[in-house]
Design a protein around this ligand. Structure first.
Ligand SMILES: Cc1cc2nc3c(=O)[nH]c(=O)nc-3n(C[C@H](O)[C@H](O)[C@H](O)COP(=O)(O)OP(=O)(O)OC[C@H]3O[C@@H](n4cnc5c(N)ncnc54)[C@H](O)[C@@H]3O)c2cc1C
Length: 485
């Protein structure tokens, strides 16, 4: 038996039958300007099954917007791709005119890499479809699919794979960068569960990558991001799962911060694989900051109760909201707090240990800036993701023990500068304790650290770049430079 679902085949809006009324000024790959003749634009748009949007047309304003409200860029053309043919047509058009290209899946790049000023935005959101085959335990999906699609469709058939922790995030960008999530300690990263991918290269060729075909590209796609082309189809391995976890959160008073952090630093080192446990600091509006631990135990419930007992008992929490619950409920529990359209800024880094000096900075820094709309979260890696060799895929940081993330989110755009400065200032104290970072939470500011961050994986990635995108068409990402650049 096979099950499939077609989800909003044309994305948030029906495809607009746009056409250009005149020649269009656009941005080239090297930052120059190019005039796109009206006829060439209209021939291109006319060939797109999903249509396109131009500035001023209905729907353009909505579609150019990405998750981070602070990102306010205006592409010259938005190609609304309905399938691989539209993606190929868009890549061919961009190459012919040397256009700056942005690729949008779920639009959750924190730094807004999926939209550009003046270039071509290749919007994959209309390719939002998913097919789950319970027999082979595989899910196949389009690059506009969101994590909610993957979770819902898989769970309906008693299956699951690792996905991220906010369900409106795109599957595409998340997987290509690695894909951390609550099940990573049991099933590995999202990219570890990738079985195959189909991709349009910079030359417009359709290639398939898996353990059997184009193996080296398959390696690079699992962590190397969108550097080599545009993935038009993802296939994942799924795992049997009854859909219930022991999960939820424990809240603590700010005065307990040090005690809770010390406990977490110790306990998380040896906790069993089925447990995903994070520690965070939050500031409820108008209230005092609090410490929160979020847990997800995916396994035998009685064993989970025993595994979580020390966490629930080492001190008295303000509230203990850990209970058996549908995994899907947990997977959507952070959605509202991270809703699209607010202004966001993030910094993150990997750590091998949670040293007392780092915790001092974390707690002290949070305290002095409390009241600001920021969260600080630490998650433990390890388990299945760490059992693979460091270079099993192109994801850098597989053997890091922890990741720390500081995320600011606020509504008032007049505070943008002050909030960003505050977060950068805080991170400056934490960064010396970290080593490397997750490319999916980095931005343009970290671009000159990309080579070092990939470390010895970089040479292999660069060889792939030379082969699949020698002109660096796909550069709005954690960019691997072609060797000729
Ligand atoms: C609220 C929130 C929660 C998050 N939680 C997690 C989490 O739990 N775990 C985790 O690992 N990460 C998480 N992230 C980070 C996330 O992995 C990245 O933001 C990722 O880029 C999102 O993918 P997207 O498709 O939505 O993004 P987009 O902005 O659409 O794409 C980002 C980049 O990925 C590339 N890309 C996307 N799709 C394709 C494709 N089909 N082919 C080629 N290149 C492509 C492009 O370079 C693009 O610029 C989170 C981000 C946010 C905003």
């Amino acid at each position: 038996m096979a099950a499939g679902a077609l989800l909003l085949p044309f994305g948030r809006l029906a495809a607009a039958a746009a056409s250009a009324a005149r020649d269009i000024e656009a941005r080239t790959l090297d930052g120059g300007e190019v005039i796109l003749p009206q006829k060439a634009v209209n021939d291109f748009i006319g060939g797109l099954r999903g249509g396109a949007l131009l500035p001023g047309q209905e729907g353009y304003e909505e579609v150019r917007r990405v998750w981070n409200g602070m990102v306010d860029r205006r592409p010259a053309i938005i190609a609304r791709c309905a399938g691989a043919a539209d993606v190929k047509g868009s890549v061919d058009f961009a190459r012919e005119h040397r256009l700056l290209v942005a690729v949008r899946g779920g639009g959750h790049s924190i730094s807004g890499q999926s939209v550009c000023d003046g270039g071509l935005m290749i919007d994959l959101a209309p390719m939002r479809w998913i097919h789950v085959d319970p027999k082979t335990r595989h899910a196949t999906l389009g690059p506009g699919s969101l994590l909610a699609d993957l979770d819902r469709e898989s769970l309906a058939f008693g299956l699951v794979t690792t996905a991220g922790t906010v369900s409106h995030t795109g599957v595409g960008g998340l997987t290509l960068g690695g894909g951390q999530g609550r099940l990573q300690r049991i099933h590995g990263l999202a990219c570890d569960n990738l079985v195959s991918a189909e991709m349009i290269t910079a030359s417009g060729e359709l290639v398939r990558a898996s353990e059997r075909e184009n193996r080296e590209l398959f390696w690079g796609l699992r962590g190397g991001g969108g550097n080599f082309g545009i993935v038009t189809k993802f296939e994942y391995r799924l795992h049997p799962f009854d859909g219930t976890v022991l999960g939820g959160e424990l809240l603590y008073r700010w005065e307990q911060a040090r005690e809770v952090c010390d406990f977490y630093a110790e306990f998380s080192q040896t906790m069993p694989d089925p447990l995903h446990l994070t520690i965070g600091m939050v500031s409820p509006t108008g209230g005092k900051p609090m410490v929160v631990m979020q847990a997800c135990w995916a396994g035998d419930m009685a064993r989970g109760e025993r595994a979580l007992a020390p966490v629930r008992q080492f001190t008295k929490p303000l509230a203990d909201r850990i209970a058996p619950m549908p995994y899907l409920k947990l997977q959507t529990s952070n959605d509202v707090a991270n809703s699209a359209g607010r202004n966001y800024y993030a910094k993150s880094g990997f750590l091998q240990r949670l040293e007392p000096a780092f915790l001092d900075e974390l707690i002290g820094g949070y305290e002095t800036s409390s009241g600001r709309a920021t969260v600080a979260v630490i998650q433990r890696f390890g388990g299945a993701m760490a059992r693979l060799p460091e270079d099993a895929t192109a994801y850098p940081g597989r053997h890091a023990a922890y990741e720390a993330l500081v995320l600011g989110g606020w509504n008032d755009a007049t505070r943008n500068e002050a909030e960003v400065a505050n977060l950068r200032g805080r991170w400056a104290h934490l960064a010396p304790h970290t080593s490397g970072f997750y490319t999916n939470t980095s931005g343009a500011e970290e671009q000159d650290r990309v080579r070092d961050n990939f470390g010895r994986l970089y040479t292999r990635l660069q060889r792939l770049k030379d082969r699949y995108d020698p002109g660096n068409v796909f550069r709005l990402n954690a960019n691997v430079k072609p060797s000729a650049a």
